[in-house]
Design a protein around this ligand. Sequence first.
Ligand SMILES: Nc1ncnc2c1ncn2[C@@H]1O[C@H](COP(=O)(O)OP(=O)(O)O)[C@@H](O)[C@H]1O
Ligand SMILES: [Mg+2]
Length: 400
Amino acid sequence: MTNDTRFITTVWRIMDQLKQTTQLEEALSANLDIFCDVTECETGYIWMKSTDDDRIYILATKAPVDQSGVSVRVGQGVIGSVYNGKSSEVVYSTDPRAEGSDDAPLLGSTSLVVPMRTPFGSYGVLQLNDPAGGFSDDDIKLVENCCSLIALDIEDKELEFKPGKDRVPLVSLRGIIKEFLSGEEIRRILKGIDLDVYEGELLVVLGESGCGKSTMLNIIGGMDQATDGQLLIEGKDFSHPSEDELTRFRRDYIGFIFQSYNLMPNLSALENIEFIAEISEHPLESEEMLSMVGLADKSENMPSSMSGGQQQRVCIARAIVKDPKIILADEPTAALDFHTGQEVLKLIESIVREHGTTVIMVTHNIEIAKMADRVIRLKDGLISSIRVNPHPLHAEDLSW
Ligand SMILES: Nc1ncnc2c1ncn2[C@@H]1O[C@H](COP(=O)(O)OP(=O)(O)O)[C@@H](O)[C@H]1O
Ligand SMILES: [Mg+2]
């Protein structure tokens, strides 16, 4: 592609994104992807000035760590000073302004930092890190022009940015490493996962088969232990629980939904649920759960006489009957046809939206990610991106 063509194509892509939505978060997240793509940058951030206070917050992230909630004061650090300053610049992690600033850990060895501003106002900052071949003058000009366009659009639409209230994570992973012995060789599957999971959210984890999604889920659910790193539950260190603590945690805190249904074959649908209710601390009504998943008339049925979709619905009822804080769903629709899968997703949606339970759902189906509040991607043992979805779709609007 000639530089002119690249310029025009990129401007067109950015404008197209802006045109498609009046939702700031959505447009800017998509634009961040475009910027990283055309400049071949590994990581990047979009920082936005809050309309409520004097701080600049991370609104979109393309990076392996969860930085939802990171902010700097106007004027502080590299980001704060470019927001206040005159023009874009290429900076290095050794920049003295980064010293002691909240944005310091986010600088790449080479970063391009570009203000999003018009003659009338400054709205935010785009930061791109570690380009494959450095930043050319053309790259810089291109990014600057696009950032001006974005700023004009923000101004034109009078978009406001109000960061979410500080939320307390239910679960935090800090530097989680997991190694497996494979023959003589140690294989590192998770290479340092940092993640916060918030109360009441639907978090979808995407990634190719074998990348470690189930491993991560099992560590969160106390079914497996990390080789290194910290697991925090409501802020308390849970990296080395006793057997007792672990049993209680799994029993009262976590509900699991697997790809395979693994119901007890010799118990009826209702008995499968009651069995779990009996060993739970504060169980809900088993029959009510069965009605909720639409199987009130199947309470006497044995698993073998039920379809895959029905069995999966019993599994969901079984997971929610203990009223857990978190439901972990590992490819819950992978074995189901589209229609049945969608029914299962509708149930999961209602668990989050109506009951307020936190759900972490692993899938390799990108379409399913559209119903999430946040989507994280696992790649090569690390989180490669985290995306906030300001308008999650309803399960019934998905198709694959
Ligand atoms: N208990 C185990 N022992 C050895 N290797 C394992 C074990 N569990 C998972 N692995 C390996 O770790 C990698 C990631 O597995 P997994 O978390 O199941 O991936 P995903 O769920 O993303 O498909 C795979 O290569 C798998 O073979
Ligand atoms: Mg898996």
